[in-house]
Design a protein around this ligand. Structure first.
Ligand code: TRP
Length: 337
């Protein structure tokens, strides 16, 4: 396992996966899961979810749905190690140890924390730390533990997470300097430039803009939401610009180059918006159908998901438990006598 390149990424288990998540992160990760020259580690970051969500039922359900999504879309669990963060107790253990070599000043500079403080200041709040938990403040340390425990060489993440990987590098370097070379210094690989999807309102598809299209919906509401995508008011028959069009941006992210070229020609001819919405719906519906059926079946048999996650945890721990022993010995936490 350890001689291959370790590629690791975490998936925070909140919210419902949307088409933008699929194209930007899930699809490339699933493709990589079939590559036997790398060792992928993908995990459900349920401890991270606690920072944002304190509703136990939602945390549970969301973890289930996100696991089902990745499995339904064809994740190769024979090659990739696919696990739930909370099933690997060494992660939380390492997080504490890393806390003890992490400068508080480094965490003060983390974007998520700074944004929370700024929001308090902007709203005239006297306490800049109002509503900030230690979970939010420490979040980059937990993330460093996720990464360093598996000696990840590469960590594919979106742009918003780059700072956290830089912090993990910093923390790893600090630990190695004090206790000897135990951790690989991880590298960022930007995953989000593969394709940027536009959302319902024409801005980048993102949960924070509330303009997303869920990946798995029943056919009827799916058609409805595709019909809601904003377009300009050009009439059928008038030539249209595909490159500024949300419908086209989504179509292109799924279709082959030949299919995309054919639709591009239809724009020049002046395809009507109603017709193009029909084309897009039919295409996506066909493309996602099998995965959606598998997804529904998995959610009806959650014990199957659980079984796969338990196998993943066993594989993860076969790596993390002996490594944690080494780390404990290196810091002087070892059996007495
Ligand atoms: N914080 C990441 C996000 O919100 C998810 C995550 C948790 C992660 N631990 C990680 C990503 C470790 C990469 C490596 O997207």
């Amino acid at each position: 396992m350890s001689s291959k390149l370790h590629v690791l990424t975490g998936i925070t288990t909140t919210g419902t996966p949307h088409l933008g998540n699929y194209v930007g992160a899930i699809r490339p990760a699933i493709e990589a899961s079939h590559r036997h020259d790398v060792q992928p580690f993908y995990f459900l970051a349920d401890y991270h979810a606690l920072i944002k969500c304190q509703d136990p039922e939602r945390v549970r359900q969301s973890t289930l749905e996100i696991a089902a999504t990745w499995l339904a879309l064809g994740l190769d669990t024979a090659n990739a190690v696919f696990y739930r963060q909370s099933d690997v107790p060494e992660i939380a253990e390492l997080a504490w140890i890393l806390n003890c070599v992490t400068a508080k000043g480094l965490m003060n500079r983390a974007h998520a924390y700074k944004a929370a403080v700024q929001a308090n200041l902007d709203s005239g709040e006297a306490d800049p730390d109002k509503g900030v938990t230690m979970g939010l403040f420490n979040y980059p340390v937990l993330m460093a533990a996720d990464i360093l425990l598996f000696n990840a060489h590469q960590v594919p993440v979106g742009r918003d997470q780059v700072q956290h990987i830089e912090m993990a590098r910093d923390i790893a370097g600090r630990f190695n300097h004090i206790y000897g070379e135990h951790f690989v210094i991880p590298e960022v690989t930007l995953s989000e430039d593969t394709a940027t999807l536009l959302g319902l309102d024409g801005r980048k598809m993102s949960k924070s803009y509330d303009n997303t299209i869920p990946l798995f919906m029943a056919e009827k509401p799916f058609r409805k939401i595709i019909n809601k995508i904003k377009t300009n008011s050009l009439e059928p028959g008038v030539p249209k610009d595909p490159d500024t069009c949300t419908l086209f941006s989504i179509y292109k992210a799924f279709a082959t180059p030949e299919e995309t070229a054919a639709i591009r020609a239809r724009y020049t001819e002046g395809i009507g918006w109603g017709e193009m919405k029909g084309v897009l719906f039919d295409y996506l519906n066909e493309h996602l159908k099998v995965a959606r059926e598998r997804y529904d079946a998995l959610l009806e048999a959650p014990e199957k998901i659980e079984e796969i996650l338990m196998e993943g945890a066993a594989k993860a721990r076969a790596y993390s438990a002996p490594f944690m022993k080494e780390i404990r010995a290196s810091i002087g936490i070892r059996p007495l006598g």
